[in-house]
Design a protein around this ligand. Structure first.
Ligand code: SME
Length: 137
């Protein structure tokens, strides 16, 4: 029998490692394009369950990254008007796209309960994680 981990198990392990080891990573999850639809679907995550399991392209921080193909660092979520609140404890957010063969196929989304915690080091680190993720999809 093939007892190797599934892709979703590996993605969940990545979420667990990130949440457990970085004090200001408080919700860590993946969203992926939902088939050919112009929407994101929630994948493996760690943290408070969210009602936002489907996010239309363009909506919220995640939906904007689906369209822009760029990292989005939000130091203060209260200052964003196109923002989808998942938990009132969240102060900041970072979203980094996952590219497969140059195509934006999803993203890692991290919420922080700490105000303005993310630096360029987080961006470089999470870009590396996303490149590793792309290689196992
Ligand atoms: N805040 C996100 C929605 C996803 S939750 O953070 C898990 C957004 O504005 O797109």
């Amino acid at each position: 029998a093939n007892t190797s981990k599934t892709v979703d198990e590996r993605l969940l392990n990545i979420c667990e490692l990130l949440e457990a080891n970085v004090s200001y990573y408080n919700w860590v999850g993946f969203y992926f394009r939902n088939g050919n639809k112009e929407e994101l679907k929630l994948g493996p995550y760690v943290g408070t369950p969210t009602d936002h399991t489907i996010i239309p392209f363009g909506k919220g921080i995640c939906g904007q990254v689906a369209v822009s193909n760029k990292n989005f660092v939000v130091p203060d979520v209260a200052a964003q008007d196109n923002y989808i609140a998942c938990s009132i404890t969240v102060k900041a957010e970072i979203v980094i796209p996952v590219f497969v063969n140059g195509e934006n196929i999803g993203q890692i989304d991290i919420d922080s309960n700490t105000p303005d915690p993310f630096t360029e080091a987080d961006e470089r680190f999470l870009e590396f994680i996303c490149a590793q993720v792309a290689s196992i999809l």
